[in-house]
Write a protein that binds this ligand. Sequence first.
Ligand code: SAH
Ligand code: SF4
Length: 370
Amino acid sequence: MMAFPDILARAEAGGQLSPADLAVLLGIERDEDLQALFQAAYRVKLGTVGNKVYFRGIVEFSNICRKDCYYCGIRRSNQAVERFQMTHAEIVNAAIWAYENDYGSLVLQSGERNDANFADFIADILTEVKVRTNGKLGITLSLGEQTEEVYRRWFACGAHRYLLRMETTNPRLYAQLHPADHSWVERRACLDRLRQAGYQVGTGVMIGLPGQTLDDLVHDLVFFKEQDIDMIGMGPYIVHQDTPMAQQVTDFDADRQLMLGLKMVAVARLYLRDVNIAATTALQALRHNGRELGLQAGANIIMPNVTDTKYREAYQLYSNKPCTNENSSMCRGCLQGRVQGIGESIGFGEWGDSPHFLRRQTTSAPVVQQ
Ligand code: SAH
Ligand code: SF4
């Protein structure tokens, strides 16, 4: 087997990486090797997507969910959660705030609903946000599994990116994390629907799940490449005490989860090159500077929370979610300081689409781009 330094050098130079190579990179443990991995991934980031961080203001507008994922704090069966749903006006106001504060893009995320009222509700919001921001605010949706018709309708209303994490690309592990009526095959099919509808497609996984092996993580990366994914949103799994999965996890180790999450970011950057990769909030839930560490390991996107403070406490997918007492302005100032503190700049007012997506577009249909 080839040694770690050789594989890392080949990875940085843009050479082919086999699953065995990916496993070696993900398996490293020594501090100096980890630093070498992160630094190589950072150099590749500078060469492929640059040192600009793009902000996507995220509105987590409802914790009402029809699903019952075993790991998630807002799963349908969790009776300890007070359910909320922001109004149309509240969501539009949060979007305008993001626009006026130069965020460039917005993310709308919630629990999953598939009823017609919900599809209408989102369509109306998209239409109004597009008009009131002169078409200038980029919009990403993260609203779970939907029919092709609904995805197309929302795209026609102005959404142009969609995040749907596979959670794990191993169907057997997926089955252990979800009730029997949650289908890996259906979720996988949704990624194709999204691509067909014209979205920039984002996916990702949870990292450090009970029962997940290193080979599973390698397979996740290979899946992202094979599916030609444009954006990656992945983060460490974090226990939520009111979920069935909490019982399976007796040895939760925040440092280990954080390190595994950072290694995945770094290896994804080395392997996938020009995709957008988010430094997710889950990293910060494990360590105060987790998101900066994510940027330094190769991520280039941050999603500052622009949800009204009064709703934040009730949107806890996992425990210890940071910034639930802060408001949008505080989050803006704090993140700006953190990003600039590590010598990066912020692409204020820009969409910051993934170069990977733009490159594919130049060889296929044209895209309307700001
Ligand atoms: N309902 C939508 C969007 C909201 S959930 C959906 O599921 O796609 C957004 C993401 O939160 C999920 O994809 C999952 O990866 C993540 N998540 C949920 N519970 C989590 C936990 N305990 N730890 C870390 N991430 C979690
Ligand atoms: Fe609902 Fe998403 Fe949580 Fe699953 S992960 S229970 S779909 S909010």
